[in-house]
Design a protein around this ligand. Structure first.
Ligand SMILES: C[S@@+](CC[C@H](N)C(=O)[O-])C[C@H]1O[C@@H](n2cnc3c(N)ncnc32)[C@H](O)[C@@H]1O
Length: 212
């Protein structure tokens, strides 16, 4: 459990910022999450923006989030949803590097702008792989190291400052490669730059990783 929730910045400002970012990528979120099915684990669920995106193919959602301040907001979001959607979702305070679920118990894992912030993404992916059933899918949407060299240089330079005020978020991760190295077959991967995002986090990668 993270104690950042007792810091006013992380209690009020950071969740507000997350909500703003979420609105910009609402279409991408809807499209990606429409592919979720069965038992879903959403890692780093944040303020709960994804909850309303899960469709009838989803039987239940474990929404895992280590930050108590952010989780507080997610609880409010959940309470406003219609019964059928609300009853599917269980909020769990936990870390992606130590997921409190059984081996092979999940059909779909969702990582939406999360692997940038997890201190050891390779460890989190090991855990994700453990809880996913063979053939289960990891749906991901992440900002990553830019394809543009000039931007890369600024990402490397500013990363030490950025991650201190952005909840541990790293600007220069090569998340696609980390996912592949963790034993996922990457499918329908798309790299693109999102014009509405600040240049340092504009390079996005989204797709599906299938657990071998
Ligand atoms: C940029 S926010 C994205 C939140 C949400 N997925 C969304 O799309 O709005 C990153 C989230 O990852 C969470 N996070 C950070 N470190 C984590 C960890 N070790 N395990 C799980 N979640 C983590 C943060 O608390 C935060 O809610």
């Amino acid at each position: 459990m993270s104690l950042r929730g007792f810091n006013p910045y992380y209690r009020w400002v950071f969740p507000w910022l997350l909500d703003r970012v979420s609105k910009v990528v609402a279409t991408e979120r809807d499209q990606l999450l429409s592919q979720a099915k069965g038992v879903v684990l959403e890692v780093g669920a944040g303020t709960g923006t994804s909850f309303q995106c899960y469709q009838d193919d989803v039987t239940s959602v474990v929404a895992l989030e280590p930050d108590v301040g952010v989780m507080h907001r997610a609880r409010k979001v959940l309470s406003c949803l219609p019964d059928a959607q609300r009853d599917k979702v269980e909020l769990v305070i936990a870390d992606a590097m130590d997921i409190p679920l059984a081996d092979n118990s999940v059909d779909t894992v969702v990582c939406f702008l999360v692997l940038c912030s997890v201190p050891k993404p390779d460890r989190a992916l090991e855990e994700i792989s453990r809880v996913l059933k063979p053939g289960g899918q990891l749906l991901f949407f992440e900002h990553v190291l830019s394809d543009t060299e000039a931007v890369q240089r600024w990402q490397h330079r500013l990363n030490p400052f950025w991650h201190r005020c952005a909840g541990g978020c790293q600007l220069n991760r090569q998340t696609e490669a980390i996912i592949a190295q963790a034993g996922f077959d990457l499918q329908v991967v798309r790299r693109y730059q999102h014009a509405s995002f600040p240049v340092l986090v504009r390079q996005l990668v989204t797709g599906i990783g299938v657990r071998r």
